[in-house]
Design a protein around this ligand. Sequence first.
Ligand SMILES: [Zn+2]
Length: 284
Amino acid sequence: MPALNSYYLVKGGEWPEAIEAAFGDRMTVGAINVAPDSPEEARVIALCETADILGAVTKVEYLYSTGDELQDDLWYYLQTEPVREIPDPLTSFFDMTTACGGADRFRCNVGAQQIGTFAFSQPEPYDIEHIHAFGELFFVSDRCKRLIEAAGFTGCRFLSPGENSVRADSHNLVQMIIDTEVSSLPEVGEVRITRRCPKCATVYQFVPDIRSGSSPYFKAGDLATSDFQIYRAVRSSNEGDLSLAFQVPLVSGRVLKHLLGSGISGLSTYSDEPLIPFRTVPVR
Ligand SMILES: [Zn+2]
């Protein structure tokens, strides 16, 4: 069964200095990562009491897997190693005329259209990798592609380097396009938007509101049935539906198990501190 972990948020996002000093090495974007019912959690609570901010603090719990006990019927966040060596993706592979130019010195680029197949300037070290340009773009080795196709996994298709390739030195990487979206948007409760494009209002970063303290979760039936799926927006209770500047890829437990068991390299851990190999997509 997946294990439970948790993190703490504070209203406004700024922790008092004493807590920052004590738990700075466990913080990710203002969230303090501590295991439930651990001595560290007791220490967080004690320091919050001392600073008289306990009423402004929220705990968020989530499930994760070590990878040894992945469940076929659960979905996980897909985390992969980043691609390192590619020619400039902005000018080489995208038409920027359809992209949002942003405003107030905020560079946005949402809406850029991919016009060419990717090429890489260095041999890839992994079987599955991604770049962050305009959402998550995924690349897999021929071997990984064959494994996915032979197993009949659904929700993705592949784009081979071909006649419109910008560079001729493409090797055996193919682009994996996850073309299935979730059936219904995940809920996030109340949120505080911390970064959004001033021109097109696309959301670049948000944090759960202190009162609801929820990471995105689905209700039964909101996930699609395919093995790969993505979401590009979330449903908040105070700001409505929020269009995101990135897509969030999800993968079924049976895919993860199959790829890990086949020795596919490039699947990375969800987080290093604390060590969370695979985070479960919450369904309530
Ligand atoms: Zn924009």
